[in-house]
Write a protein that binds this ligand. Structure first.
Ligand SMILES: *Cc1c(COP(=O)(O)O)cnc(C)c1O
Length: 380
């Protein structure tokens, strides 16, 4: 059978990515990814991975030993947390205030565990008092799972209070930080987060396809005490750690588990190095500052935010589509005429809202100015 490819060498246009991710990738990160591929057990690569681990620890603000990047996107990080920690028959309190809380529920049920839902409206943060009541009503629950930054709505939840409550009630916390890491305050050790997963392509402005994860010592104990093996061979952290850190069985040497996405890990190293150079606090502040500039402009255009000011994410701005405006036509014009991508509404907000991302390298004045100008022109 023959195939006649029409695309000689795929050459995408340079878009400005202001949706819910992927975000604009740092030029340095793209350059890093284009460097020569070396073996994934090459001593130079192994040394790079060691440093990468400490950079992930920095981004999460943790000293957790079990910290690494899953070789797959954020959704695989989510699955990694659930399949390693949760066993069939256990009870997990799952908070749902958007798309990703619902996916957590599906993960819990596929493990054969029971999800006890805490539902809040789309656009609202997870209610700390609802969670407290649910923890009290379910003393046998083993975990509390919630999304820190709900990308489907733009709502930020109070991870610090939620994790403190989990601890008080003897639960381990599982936190989705895919959109929060690098964009808003996040302190894994100080807040007592037990399992956390992120994504490379949101506020870290790396290429998509990697998911930094970290497990607290208590979470590691829980994994070690499992009565049944993790049903996913690929995501089983006890096996993966043999590659990331070396394990006793292999004489402390790194053993082959799977071929790491070598070049993608160069890219993640570079994006986290840029974050460390800027400083986490400065990056959080830059997101907050750019959000304020964008917000003024959007309100000037008469657009209204979905999320209340008190729990609004700076990196994900959900605004209602004005009455009588054609959602798809506007986004299409932005893409065709301005090379600008903004996000459509998801789930309950489909067709009702736009999601404008200010993530990582994209949280810049030039991007804000382009977005406001383009929206103003197109809405006229
Ligand atoms: C994007 C996102 C995910 C999924 O990440 P993928 O890399 O698309 O698999 C999970 N949770 C949240 C909050 C996200 O924004």
């Amino acid at each position: 059978m023959l195939v006649a490819p029409k695309i000689d060498a795929f050459n995408p246009p340079r878009r400005t990515l202001m949706g819910p991710g992927p975000s604009d990738v740092y030029p340095e990160v793209l350059a890093a990814q284009a460097r020569p591929t070396i073996g994934h057990l090459d001593p130079l690569f192994v040394a790079m991975m060691d440093e990468l681990k400490s950079l992930i620890q920095y981004a999460f603000q943790t000293k957790n030993e079990m910290t690494l990047a899953v070789s797959a996107p954020g959704s695989a990080g989510m699955e990694t947390c659930f399949v390693n920690l949760v066993e069939a028959g256990e009870k997990v309190i799952v908070c749902r205030n958007g798309v990703f809380g619902e996916r957590m529920r599906q993960n819990v049920e596929r493990v054969g565990a029971t999800a006890v839902m805490v539902d809040n409206e789309w656009g609202e943060p997870v209610s700390v008092s609802d969670v407290e009541a649910t923890l009290k009503a379910n003393p046998d629950a083993k975990f509390l799972a919630f999304v820190h930054a709900e990308t489907s709505t733009g709502a930020l939840s109070d991870a610090k209070s939620l994790c403190a409550l989990a601890k008080q009630h003897g639960c381990l916390s599982i936190v989705d930080a895919v959109t929060s890491v690098g964009g808003v305050e996040l302190r894994v050790d100080e807040w007592g987060i037990d399992a956390i997963y992120a994504g490379s392509q949101k506020c870290l402005s790396c290429v998509p396809g990697l998911s930094p994860v970290s497990f607290s010592p208590a979470a590691v104990e829980k994994i070690k005490a499992r009565k049944t093996p993790v049903q996913s061979w690929f995501l089983d952290q006890t096996l993966v750690m043999g590659y990331w850190s070396g394990n006793a069985a292999a004489g402390g040497k790194r053993s082959y588990h799977h071929t790491a996405p070598v070049n993608a890990l160069y890219a993640l190293h570079e994006s986290l190095r840029l974050l460390a150079n800027e400083g986490l606090e400065s990056a959080w502040q830059r997101h907050a500052d750019m959000h304020q500039v964008l917000r003024q402009g959007l309100e000037g255009l008469g657009l209204k935010f979905v999320v209340d000011e008190t729990s609004r994410l700076p990196q994900l701005n959900a605004v209602y589509i004005p009455e009588g405006v054609d959602d798809a036509a506007v986004r299409n014009q932005l893409l065709q005429n301005y090379n600008l991508e903004i996000g459509a509404g998801l789930g309950a907000l489909a067709g009702k809202a736009w999601r404008i991302g200010l993530m990582g390298f994209g949280a810049r004045r030039e991007n804000v100015a382009l977005c406001l100008k383009a929206l103003e022109d197109v809405l006229k």
